[in-house]
Design a protein around this ligand. Structure first.
Ligand code: G6P
Length: 355
């Protein structure tokens, strides 16, 4: 087993470090077919993206990308909710994109079947070749991340985001939206992810400092909101601590009441549309005593944070791929420090095939 782990202590850590390669393969594996899918998106009357767990968070990032670059509104639903609500809302002009690593998640597969039965077109974004989902979808965009053993999804998530970013670029071209910077960043993605993997040691130290914390708040806005959700999910899954992912705008509407001295607040704050707003949200949390851990490229974050992780400057639309990596590492180290096995968290399964 040690050999399979390639010298890493756990599969999860190995898979986190495989991300530069997984991203590269996701790009090369999809270049040829992505434009056809983009055209089908533009021809559809309504587009709904479904998934569960981490794949649902990828769907949310996809929503921001497709809306910005494709200039069309997108609906995202958890497959488990979609399947009981949409039977009368779909027809042949609907397009359903199902995101699933395993291609076997019961709710996602059921959502795809429902859509197909209603005459909708169904596209899959799937990792496991030949899985159930790929047999239902009319077209599958494979993520090409390779087998993922750790129960908590890591490299398959960034591969899903890569495919969705390619889709965004393709839509932007069709819609005459400027995608120049984003497109130029794609070949640099493996190196950018590599550069944040270098924070591994620093993040292990951070995890030691946080070891006794029981509640975490992850905040982000816009395209960073799903990153907050995914960062929180990672530590719930494997470190068994309570964590909430929030859109930073919601902070004032309740969660702020829970922030007191020493409560960790992880702020995902790349430069972009909502950065100034994020800064003020961070200040609000800090004024209540929150222990602020911020991720961003603007040096002003340093003054409002207890811990500042300086991230490479990337177009905001690319940031979800780069920013999730330190959050995966944080969850991993917290889990190990607490004496858990991050590869096999209690009560959870890699693929939920029962409803
Ligand atoms: C399970 C796994 C998660 C995964 C989710 C959806 O809950 O533990 O890591 O995100 O299922 O799985 P899928 O294979 O459909 O992406």
């Amino acid at each position: 087993e040690m050999a399979e782990k390639g010298g890493y202590e756990h599969f999860m850590l190995k898979e986190i470090f495989e991300q530069p390669r997984a991203i590269k393969d996701a790009v090369y594996g999809n270049i040829e077919i992505i434009d056809g899918v983009a055209e089908r998106i533009l021809n559809a009357e309504d587009v709904i993206i479904v998934g569960m767990g981490t794949s649902y968070h990828a769907a949310l990032v996809g929503k921001y990308l497709i809306q910005r670059f494709g200039k069309i509104p997108i609906i995202v639903e958890e497959a488990s909710e979609f399947r009981y609500e949409y039977e009368n809302l779909l027809d042949k002009n609907s397009l359903v994109i199902a995101i699933t690593q395993s291609g076997e998640t019961a709710d996602t597969v059921a959502a795809m079947k429902l859509a197909k039965k209603a005459g909708a077109r169904v596209i899959g974004i799937v990792n496991v070749v030949g899985s159930l989902a790929t047999r239902i979808a009319e077209t599958t965009l494979y993520t090409h991340a390779g087998p993922e053993i750790g129960v908590a999804a890591t490299k398959t998530y960034t591969a899903q985001l890569t495919v969705l970013t390619l889709l965004g670029i393709s839509l932007g071209k069709l819609q005459g939206v400027d995608i120049g910077e984003v497109e130029k960043t794609i070949p640099r993605l493996p190196d950018l992810v590599d550069s944040v993997l270098k924070y591994n040691g620093k993040i292990r130290e951070l995890a030691k400092r946080l070891e006794d914390k029981r509640d975490y708040f992850y905040i982000g806005r816009g395209i960073s909101y799903p990153t907050a959700l995914e960062g929180a999910l990672k530590i719930k899954e494997i470190a068994y601590v309570h964590a909430e992912g929030l859109s930073a705008g919601e902070l004032k509407h309740g969660p702020l009441a829970l922030i007191e001295e020493g409560v960790p607040v992880v702020a995902i704050a790349p430069t972009g549309k909502t950065f100034e707003k994020m800064l003020s949200n961070i200040e609000e949390a800090r004024a209540r005593g929150g222990l602020i851990i911020s991720l961003g490229d603007d040096i002003r974050l340093q003054d409002v944070s207890n811990v500042f992780l300086r991230m490479p400057k990337v177009p905001e639309e690319i940031s979800p791929i780069v920013y999730i990596v330190p959050l995966q590492l944080l969850a991993y180290h917290l889990s190990v420090l607490k004496g858990h096995n991050p590869d096999r968290p209690r009560n959870l399964a890699k693929s939920v095939t029962v409803e």
